[in-house]
Write a protein that binds this ligand. Structure first.
Ligand code: MF3
Ligand code: CO
Length: 274
């Protein structure tokens, strides 16, 4: 059952999502070669506690950390570790908070230093596909319209692998609510969306095969062919003409562009993803 939120609840959810965005902005500021994902874990966990929020991933179904740090061929659910990040790494940071009882859950992928055009294009296409999905998150559309838009652009247009095993989801007082929001599917199927439905839309897009496997730690999801994967996630609220973004990439992007250790050249269109 999809739980529709009141306007007051949407306002609270926006605060939760914005806190995640602010934390990812802190990450964008400190990222550089040599930093470890455990350092990022500590920063995120301290930052949100200072803001009176609690981490939602920690202990969720036994997940042992505050953030998911997924580097290169890791798709999602990577454990933070002591390995120094290096030039060329593709680093997805996903995490969630509970603030005033409401969940925020979103993710952003950073690129450290030089990278091939193929990697830059994967970043661009994945981020763009998220917005193509969000465009469909309006009253009267079906959930399948979001799924189709993402798959159409990433898989059919660009030949990337759309991960099947993991999906986006409703969000609210729980981290995972109805409906599921796959990044693949048919137009015109699934639930019809009503105003103030809140969704976490999160394309997980592989450069190569869509196939993944779970590491021996029971959590880390990797691409079967070892090629890179990118993950962007926004929290959105369904509205009549245009979805309302609860999370905010603009502050993250500003910090990312101000950090010379991070590569944002895929913003420019040179590696166009038409
Ligand atoms: N964004 C992911 C999701 O919505 C993160 C969950 S990780 C977990 O499913 F540790 F909480 F499971
Ligand atoms: Co999510």
């Amino acid at each position: 059952m999809i739980i529709i939120k009141t306007d007051a609840e949407i306002e609270l959810m926006k605060q939760s999502a914005r806190l995640v965005s602010q934390t990812l902005t802190e990450v964008a500021t400190m990222l550089k070669p040599g930093v470890t994902t455990l350092q990022i874990e500590r920063l995120c966990s301290e930052f949100i506690r200072d803001h009176k929020a609690i981490p939602s991933f920690l202990n969720y179904r036994g997940y042992p950390y505050t953030i998911c740090a997924s580097v290169n061929d890791v798709v999602v659910h990577g454990f933070p570790n002591n390995v120094a990040l290096k030039e060329g790494d593709i680093v997805s940071i996903d995490f969630g908070v509970i603030l005033n009882g409401w969940h925020g859950d979103h993710a952003y992928t950073f690129l450290l230093g030089e990278a091939s055009d193929a990697v830059l294009q994967l970043l661009r296409v994945t981020k763009d596909s998220l917005y193509k999905g969000i465009e469909k998150a309006i009253v009267g559309n079906r959930v399948g319209d979001i799924s189709y838009a993402i798959q159409e652009y990433t898989e059919r247009k660009h030949g990337y692998g759309v991960v099947r095993e993991l999906v986006g989801h409703g969000l609210g007082r729980s981290l995972h609510e109805d409906p599921q929001v796959p990044n693949y599917g048919k137009r015109g199927i699934g639930k019809t969306m009503k105003e103030n439905t809140t969704l976490a839309i999160e394309p997980m897009i592989n450069m190569g095969t869509k196939d993944v496997y779970t590491d021996s730690d029971g959590w880390t999801i990797r691409t079967r062919d070892g090629k890179p994967s990118v993950h962007f996630e926004h929290d959105v609220c369904v509205k009549r003409n245009k979805a309302l973004l609860l999370s905010d990439f603009s502050i993250i992007e500003k910090a990312e562009q101000a950090n010379s250790n991070l590569n944002t050249s895929y913003y420019t269109g040179k590696v166009a993803a038409v």
